[in-house]
Design a protein around this ligand. Sequence first.
Ligand code: PBG
Length: 318
Amino acid sequence: MKRLMRLRASPHLRDLCAETEFNRAQLIQPLFVVEGLESEEPIPGLRDNVRHGGSSLLAQIERDLAAGVTQFLLFPVPGQKKEKGFAHRFTADTIGAIRRQFGDNLSLWIDTCLCSYTTHGHCAVLEGSRIDHQATLDEMANAALAFAEAGAHGISPSDMMDGRVARIRAALDERGMDLVPVMSYSTKFASNFYGPFRNAADSAPQFGDRRHYQLDVRNRSGAIAASIRCAEEGADLLMVKPGGTSLDLIAPISERTGLPVGAYQVSGEYEGLSLLAENGLVNFDEALLETWHVFKRAGAQFIITYGAREARRLGIGR
Ligand code: PBG
C-alpha cells in the first residue's frame, strides 16, 4: 500500500522532509514613531506593537536586537499635517539617532508614503479631489532623499503611484546613493485589512477611499503587472500586500521578474490571529508560525510581520 503517512510519523522525519525553512534574517519588524509623543501609546489590535516617541523607539530597537531581529521597517508619523511641501526633519533626526546608536547592526527600511503627512490622508498631493501626479512624485523623491541622506539602509515606497520607483531611483542615483535599495510595495491592494495600521499611522483617508491607486482584488493580471512595472522602474525587492490574500500572486511575480518577492502580513491579519487567540479559538504562537510557513510555501522570500520579534521565542533560527 502506498503510505504517504509514513514520512509524517515522527518529528525527525517531518523535519527531514520539510521543504520550507527560513530564518529571522528574512523577517522584517515594523515600528511606528510619532513626532511629539513623550513615551508610548498602545495600538489596539497589535499586541505589543506600540506607537513610540523617540527614546522609547531606541529602547524598543535595543530589545528587538537582543531578541534577534535585524530587519526593521520604520513608519514615521509627523506631528503636523499639510497639503504639500512636507518637512522631513523629524524623520531624518530619528534615522540619524538610530544609526548613531546601532550603526550597521540592523537594516533600517523607511516606509515612504504621504498618507501620514497629508491633511486628507490620501497617499498623494491633491488638486481639489484629483491627484497631482507630478507634485506627488516630487514629494516622494524629496522624502526618499531626506531619508537616505539621514542614513536609511533602504527606501520602501508604499503609495502605489505610477512612476514613483523610477523617480526615487533616479533621485538616489543622482546623489551618488546608487547602492541604496528600493523595496517596493509593488502589488498592494485596496483592502479591508489595514484597519489597525491606519490608527497607528494616523493615515485614514478623510474622504473617499484608495481604490484609484491601490489594486482591485478582483484582478490577477493587473496585480502582476503592477509588480512588473516596479521591476522595470528599478525596484530591487517586491512585495504583495496583504500577504494572506495574495498568496497566489507570489510565485508568478517572482517568475516574471526574477526579483525576490516578500509578503506583508498586514495589521488586520495580525489582529485577526490575536482576536482568535483571545477568544480561545487558536494558539497564537502556533497559528502565527503556520501563516509564516504558508507564506514561504507560496514562494515569499521575506515576510514583514508585527510578530518578527517573537520569532526566536518560536524557535526560528539564525
Ligand atoms: C501607507 C501604508 C499602509 C500600510 C502600509 N503602508 C496603509 C494603507 O495603504 O492604507 C498598511 C500596513 C498594515 O495594515 O499593516 N500607504
